[in-house]
Design a protein around this ligand. Structure first.
Ligand SMILES: *[C@@H]1O[C@H](CO)[C@@H](O)[C@H](O)[C@H]1NC(C)=O
Ligand SMILES: *[C@@H]1O[C@H](CO)[C@@H](O)[C@H](O)[C@H]1NC(C)=O
Ligand SMILES: *[C@@H]1O[C@H](CO)[C@@H](O)[C@H](O)[C@H]1NC(C)=O
Ligand SMILES: *[C@@H]1O[C@H](CO)[C@@H](O)[C@H](O)[C@H]1NC(C)=O
Ligand SMILES: *[C@@H]1O[C@H](CO)[C@@H](O)[C@H](O)[C@H]1NC(C)=O
Ligand SMILES: *[C@@H]1O[C@H](CO)[C@@H](O)[C@H](O)[C@H]1NC(C)=O
Length: 714
């Protein structure tokens, strides 16, 4: 990661701590995922200490508004339930939020609109074992209504999107088309001058946004200026079925794209839900460097099954009730697995899953005849917020647990573009590359070798993750194919991980140091991992050699890295009072290497027991901040439940503390419990690491029988 332009990243902090007037289950996160499925479909409710669904506008992860409005009429009385629209010409009421609940896939709001309760459900499917479904960049919003006074009431529902879903620059011109006949109503919006593979303020600058709903009896549509389209519904309860063709800038009389339904008479039985889908399609999705510097366009996997946007939208809407059933099953399984640790932990995990999987996109290429090659699957990940790098190795590493849990094959497909690029011989360094592209979605490599150098960090990460995938899957093909690269990186680790030169680790923001204790662990675990890899590949001699090197390094490392008091490991060698989170011991446990003696785990646990700040354990003694992912990776190996729970509680308190309103941030301050000014990491896929404790992972030593949620799908 490398910090780029922070000016767009400064969130206003919630200024007033107010008592919630609704119930929140399991808690109120700083920002609530609404439509969160890809790096570019990422709409959140910035909630802070208590903003209702109709108090504020939805925002893209970086804080830019994405206009999404909703109104309902009950017996002719209008209420707003979504967004913060102003409609000067007419008056309307505000529905009252009664409850909010989130699961791994859903954010569910109940609002009272007079005598009717509305249930508004935002479902962002998590379909990790179905690569077609997982790659569909769409989310659902559904609205159902039920009488809350025993009477019968007439109900109409309206919602719209603005052009803000097409660009990070609201002064740009958009055009739009609407499908107004057939079984589905769809509005499609795009920039009139798109930039292929371009971004502005982290929004994509090409492709289209889609807003759709089934064309059931009484459904109506309208496009036009926000205040006109909304006033039409507020006054009449139906839209005019008219289309505005005066294409203009996003912020020029704000064109909005409205869709309305008549629910008819609603009683105390909940009505069947009105279903809306919101999506963001672009094609090609990724450009990727291949052998000889050639560039390959890559397409989202689902387009191999659906030849048009209309086809995928029809399937997505038609699939809603089955998708909801699958989502409920997934949510329940996650809840069961994570509750084995604690209710707090289960809540953090539930909040992390959509965000983690929304960091990735699943792609395929085309053959020379132009046909899709569905055997050629590569997954791309955007680092998000700290940077826009593509497939950052030290972001995939912390996120790894979510892939192991949901579908380890996603891990293989994330490593593959890194392997393939470096096997092409274009990357000049002897250690592993940091990422395969400075700015998503341009995976153009670093043929100049000038990527952000994290030599020990990334070399260790690659070897560790490659082995981890093979262990979980039994599939050693990737190890075989790239054994030369893996060995090359291990040679580098042998040279530079016992006495690591002055360099940065993944925690680049904390600064460079020589002889970092935790970085040495990463490197030594990497050497131990390569020993296992050679064993799996049948090279017993090299396996034995690397095993003895790793073992001998551990002994020497203990001398260098243990404080002279013997009470703890240091941050860096010979720096007696320094210490930090030794989260890289996670790798030793994950892979079942048993390289580091039990005494190291026990001593560190004991040290941590008496050194936590109010909001958790510091990353290291240079600063008071910490990382949520590293705390929970550490929690996966500490030897007491008490220390594990200190770490879990710390993360829960930060995530639910209301000290800001950004999407789940992985970096925060252990003294204030708030974000770190200038380093407000948010919405990053690294929170996949919060799953490190699912199913007690390592509580009783390494368990090869850990059952992961999904059947492996390769
Ligand atoms: C809208 O702009 C796109 C470029 O994104 C262009 O291809 C298309 O023809 C335009 N459509 C209309 C209706 O003007
Ligand atoms: C990638 O797609 C773009 C847009 O369709 C096209 O202009 C470009 O030539 C393609 N590049 C390659 C290498 O196929
Ligand atoms: C499809 O992709 C696979 C994996 O990259 C490759 O081996 C194969 O040659 C490709 N097939 C065609 C027809 O291009
Ligand atoms: C790193 O640690 C080794 C072993 O203690 C020591 O010899 C060396 O001087 C240290 N290097 C630096 C730059 O501090
Ligand atoms: C073990 O590996 C190291 C590092 O590659 C190498 O220098 C050494 O010669 C190897 N030893 C044997 C016995 O193969
Ligand atoms: C020792 O650790 C402290 C943090 O505890 C750090 O600020 C300092 O730079 C380190 N000193 C050296 C010489 O590395």
């Amino acid at each position: 990661m490398r910090l780029l332009n922070l000016s767009v990243l400064l969130f206003p902090l919630a200024s007033v701590v107010q008592a919630l007037t609704w119930t929140a289950t399991p808690f109120n996160p700083a920002s609530i995922p609404l439509a969160v499925r890809t790096p570019y479909l990422s709409a959140w409710l910035p909630q802070g200490t208590g903003a209702a669904l109709n108090d504020v506008w939805a925002e893209f992860w970086d804080g830019i508004i994405v206009g999404w409005a909703g109104f309902v009429k009950v017996d002719g009385v209008p209420y707003v339930f979504l967004g913060a629209p102003a409609v000067p010409s007419v008056s309307f009421n505000k529905a009252t939020q009664i409850s909010f609940k989130f699961t791994s896939t859903q954010s569910i709001f109940v609002l009272a609109a007079g005598p009717v309760d509305l249930t508004v459900t935002f479902l962002s499917p998590v379909e990790p074992t179905d690569l077609v479904k997982q790659s569909i960049p769409f989310s659902y919003m559904t609205v159902s209504a039920a009488s809350n006074d025993g009477g019968s009431h007439s109900v109409q529902v309206y919602s719209d999107l603005s052009g803000e879903w097409t660009s990070g620059d609201e002064t740009l011109t958009v055009n739009w088309t609407s499908t107004t006949s057939g079984s589905i109503l769809t509005h499609q919006v795009q920039l009139t001058n798109p930039t292929l593979f371009g971004e502005v303020n982290d929004h994509t600058q090409y492709g289209s946004a889609f807003y759709s709903t089934p064309n059931t009896v009484g459904a109506t549509y309208q496009t036009g200026a926000d205040i006109n389209v909304r006033a039409q519904f507020i006054s009449n309860g139906v839209l005019a079925n008219t289309l505005d063709t005066d294409f203009r800038a996003i912020n020029d009389n704000w064109p909005v794209f409205g869709l309305a339904h008549n629910l008819g008479t609603v009683t105390s039985a909940a009505s069947s839900p009105v279903v809306y889908s919101v999506g963001r399609i672009r094609d090609p999705a990724i450009e990727y460097i291949i052998a000889g510097g050639a560039i390959q366009n890559r397409t989202l996997y689902f387009l191999s099954e659906f030849s048009t946007p209309a086809a995928v939208i029809a399937e997505f809407l038609d699939d809603y009730s089955a998708a909801l059933t699958r989502a409920n099953t997934f949510d329940a399984q996650v809840q069961t697995d994570a509750s084995a640790i604690s209710a707090d932990y289960a809540a953090v995990v539930a909040l992390s899953i959509r965000q983690a999987l929304a960091g990735i996109e699943i792609t395929i290429s085309k053959t020379s005849t132009g046909a899709f090659n569905t055997s050629d699957i590569l997954v791309f990940l955007k680092e998000i917020s700290s940077d826009g790098n593509v497939n950052t190795v030290d972001v995939i590493f912390p996120a790894w647990s979510v892939f192991l849990y949901t579908n380890p094959a996603l891990g293989k497909y994330l490593l593959e573009p890194l392997f393939r690029y470096q096997a092409s011989g274009q990357y000049p360094n002897k250690w592993s590359v940091h990422d395969i592209g400075a700015i998503y979605p341009k995976a153009l490599g670093h043929n100049d070798g000038l990527d952000e150098a994290m030599p020990v960090e990334e070399s260790g990460n690659m070897v560790i993750m490659a082995l981890s995938y093979a262990q979980k899957s039994g599939d050693t093909a990737q190890l075989k194919q790239y054994s030369a690269l893996l060995d090359q990186w291990t040679q580098f680790l042998i040279a530079d991980s016992l006495i690591p030169e002055n360099q940065i680790s993944t925690d680049d923001f904390a600064g460079a140091l020589a002889n970092q204790t935790n970085l040495a662990i990463k490197g030594i675990v990497g050497i131990g991992a390569m020993s296992k890899i050679w064993s799996l590949l049948g090279n017993a001699a090299q396996s034995a050699n690397y095993s003895s090197i790793a073992t001998s390094y551990v002994t020497q490392w203990q001398n260098f890295a243990t404080s002279t008091t013997g009470a703890h490991l240091t941050l860096n060698y010979n720096n007696e009072s320094s210490w930090g989170l030794s989260y890289n011991l996670f790798g030793d446990k994950l892979l079942g290497l048993g390289l580091f003696p039990a005494s190291v785990y026990a001593e560190q646990t004991e040290w941590y027991a008496s050194h936590a700040n109010e909001f958790g354990l510091i990353l290291d003694t240079r600063h008071t901040y910490t990382k949520t992912d590293w705390q929970l990776l550490t929690a996966s190996w500490v030897t007491t439940t008490a220390v594990r729970d200190v770490l879990v509680t710390a993360v829960t308190d930060w995530v639910s503390g209301g000290t800001w309103n950004g999407p789940l941030g992985d970096l925060y301050d252990t003294v204030s419990g708030g974000p770190v000014s200038g380093l407000e990491f948010r919405a990053r896929p690294v929170v996949g690491g919060h799953l490190a404790l699912v199913r007690h992972f390592f509580r009783t030593g390494y368990r090869s029988d850990v059952r992961f949620f999904a059947q492996l799908v390769v």
